[in-house]
Write a protein that binds this ligand. Structure first.
Ligand code: SF4
Length: 81
């Protein structure tokens, strides 16, 4: 999905309350890795995609990331804004 440059996604603030809601630690795609990829970046070098949990995440819903991303896998693509 392309991102409209006039209506880009808001950056996700890297705060403890936000990072505490990240689902990545329980994700089968990136078990045991650092998380909160949508805010922090640091994508992994190689992932094997398995049922990304981002769509079930409160951050994904609060920041309306569904408008921009059909798939999430921020562990592969990194920070969103
Ligand atoms: S949208 Fe994905 S990367 Fe961002 S906080 Fe939620 S689970 Fe983590």
């Amino acid at each position: 999905m392309s991102i409209n440059p006039f209506f880009p996604p808001r950056p996700i603030p890297d705060t403890p309350p936000n990072s505490d809601r990240c689902r990545c630690p329980k994700c089968p795609t990136s078990p045991g890795q650092p998380s909160f990829f949508c805010a922090r970046g640091e994508p992994s070098k190689t992932i094997s995609k398995k049922d990304c949990l981002c769509h079930q995440c409160a951050i994904f819903q609060e920041f309306k990331l569904n408008i921009y991303f059909d798939e999430a896998y921020f562990c592969e693509t990194g920070k969103i804004a």
